[in-house]
Design a protein around this ligand. Structure first.
Ligand code: NAP
Ligand code: ZN
Length: 348
């Protein structure tokens, strides 16, 4: 077994404790990664607080992992010791179904194994990146290109790929009017990526608090949606809306902001159902879509794009003892724009 210091949530909503946890010995296709930084995704909070139903405890969250390979299994061919790699939301999949073969492992017919709060095919609970080391199959480690520092790379492994997928799928680019709802971890990455893809980007945030930041990220317009008149004035404005909000939204109002044939791609995962009338989508032939992370080839493509365009996440680096307070700040919408844990500060 491999022992490593980690941040553990002992039970739902409890404060984190630094403890030593055990990883399996390396299988032939495994790499051991010395984790340098782990991003805090709102999904970590949903799961630690059991907002998505019952979860597996004790839990080591973290699916925005950036680090360096420190050992390799006997059959590893993709990486060598010293390579800079990231790990996102998945650590295994069957590798044989049509989706795995297509590089869409998140849709694996057998069920992809989640990086934490999941069980491997061996039945063992998985442990994520709030730790100094993780063990994963080389198939689920993605090379981080030179030119992206590990701290700003970590959030790309979930926030980056999650917004990259719908931006690419629905054709964000020159001539497309894209709106991003919610300027948090996913939202700020959606703005950066959509701008770099050449789209005309608007930020829809609750207040004016993030206006300067939103425009500095490259958005050409910023609207504070707290004022109802603002949403009315934006009716029929956008080809594509990326909804990153972690809480319930008046979906019908936002569908109304789409131009005919427009798409609202939802990546935020609040607990309640959407509420909209059939006429809201039938009129204008609009699309209400969802999007779930992205596969390993798309993740590599997104990282290469980020390297080429000088894109990383905008982060606040924190130490292990600041994680509980950081969770509260994320929920309050007070993160600029991703917390990243310096895992060297975990002392168990
Ligand atoms: P985040 O950093 O907390 O950002 C969410 C943003 O939503 C906030 O910054 C805030 O933006 C807005 N918001 C929060 N509460 C709100 C409320 N009550 N009403 C209106 N707006 C509110 O979270 P994140 O890490 O980006 O994650 C966002 C969501 O995506 C979460 O639900 C997460 O679980 C989900 N997620 C999904 C996938 C996927 O594969 N689909 C992957 C990762 C995460 P403003 O302050 O600008 O209004
Ligand atoms: Zn995430």
């Amino acid at each position: 077994m491999i022992s490593t210091p980690a941040l553990v949530a002992p039970s739902a909503g409890a404060a984190f404790e630094a403890r030593t946890v055990e990883h399996r010995d390396l299988r032939d296709d495994d790499v051991l990664i010395d984790v340098a930084f782990a991003g805090i995704c709102h999904s970590d909070i949903h799961q630690v607080r059991e907002e998505w139903g019952s979860a597996i405890f004790p839990m080591v969250p973290g699916h925005e992992i950036a680090g360096v390979v420190s050992a390799v299994g006997d059959g590893v061919t993709k990486y060598k010791v010293g390579d800079r790699v990231g790990v996102g939301c998945m650590v295994d999949s069957c590798g044989e179904c049509e989706f795995c073969k297509d590089g869409e492992e998140q849709f694996c017919s057998k069920g992809a194994v989640m990086t934490y709060n999941g069980k491997g095919y061996d039945g063992e609970p998985t442990k994520g990146g709030y730790a100094q080391q993780v063990v994963v199959s080389e198939r689920f480690a993605v090379g981080i290109p030179d030119g992206i520092e590990l701290d700003v790379a970590a959030p790309l492994l979930c926030a980056g790929i999650t917004v990259w997928s719908p931006l690419k799928r629905w054709g964000a680019g020159p001539g497309k009017r894209v709106a991003v709802i919610g300027l948090g971890g996913l939202g700020h990455m959606a703005v950066k990526l959509a701008v770099a893809l050449g789209a005309e980007v608007s930020v829809l945030s609750r207040s004016d608090a993030k206006k300067e930041d939103g425009l500095a990220l490259g958005a050409t317009a910023y609207h504070a949606t707290g004022d109802e008149g603002v949403l009315k004035s934006l009716k029929g404005s956008f080809d594509l809306i990326i909804n990153t909000v972690s809480a319930d939204l008046p979906m019908q109002t936002y569908i109304g902001l789409l131009r005919p044939l427009g798409v609202i791609a939802n990546v935020g995962l609040p607990t309640n159902n959407y509420d909209f009338a059939p006429g809201a989508v039938v009129g204008g032939s609009r699309v209400v879509a969802g999007s779930n992370i992205g596969g390993i080839p798309a993740t590599a493509e997104m990282l290469a794009f980020c390297a080429e365009h000088g894109i990383g996440a905008t982060i606040e680096k924190i130490s292990a003892d600041e994680v509980d307070a950081a969770y509260d700040r994320v929920v309050a919408g007070d993160v600029r724009y991703r917390f990243v844990i310096d895992t060297a500060t975990i002392s168990a």
